[in-house]
Design a protein around this ligand. Sequence first.
Ligand code: SF4
Length: 332
Amino acid sequence: MCEAEKLGRAVSPLLAWYRENKRDLPWRRDCTPYSTLVSELMLQQTRVEAVKERYVAFMRRFPTAETLAAASEEEVLKAWEGLGYYSRARNLHKAAKIIAAEGFPQTWVGVRALPGVGDYTAGAISSIALGLPAPAVDGNVLRILTRFFADPRNIDDQTAKKHFSALLSGVYPPQAGEFTQALMELGAIVCVPNGAPMCGACPWSGLCKAHAEGREEDFPVHGEKRSRKLEELDVYVLKCGDAYALEKRGKGLLSGLYGFPLVERGGPSPAEGELLAEKRAKHVFTHIEWHMTGRLVEVPARTAGYLWATAAEIAERYALPSAFKAFRIWLK
Ligand code: SF4
């Protein structure tokens, strides 16, 4: 049996399993093209559990593309607080302005052209929101399919993505959105990435080659891992009365967001004052790790060049990135 035929036979059991077993997630209720765009951008590089509450609050605040388009960037970043990767929020804001002016695109190409939307997200939105037979292939789908076929190709190689996208395109059923979500769901709750897959609960257990050979954990095959770059930093929480110094970050990581002043480890302190507390913390980005020493320093006067804000103002107005979370306890 050829690969396409084998995968074609796996479609119906997967759809039936999904209808019985899907989790009740907020973006699966009353889904519209706009709400799918919001949830898919939030879910990029972020766990479902972390997105759930933020999604509900965001949709309450900005229920339509028009309401989001009319908001200021600061309001949008504030509503995104805690989700990280803030460029997604800026892209979503830009996309909402395009949709408010031109309507929601009706083709994969149109969806792919929206800011912040790559091939995977375009496939997810096109199939879930528009019903188009467009595959959404990410690491989860690659894991399931390489196990299903016991396929040893390196999934970090773009050709693997192309191969499985083409294969999936050939078997997409009319229930395109359900099929995309069923694949995602199988990868999330049964054919899981960490630890042994739960083959006993899998609708593909009778079809899956890796399972038949008892080699589930031999797949997927990865290329060599790139290690993260370590950055050693000193973070200064400067306090003057009840106000704290914030700086808007320039180019690079967390660009355009407010954060505490930081310098390379051992660099000069941005202001003289009394050291009140010190603690170490770590934050992991995709390719960089920050190893930080935080210092709470009471300064006699508000140093120029910073925005000074009280703890309440920071909580209300400024989206402080989670990289600085460990030092928020000093804001009183
Ligand atoms: S049978 Fe097991 S390894 Fe194969 S797809 Fe299902 S959960 Fe994954």
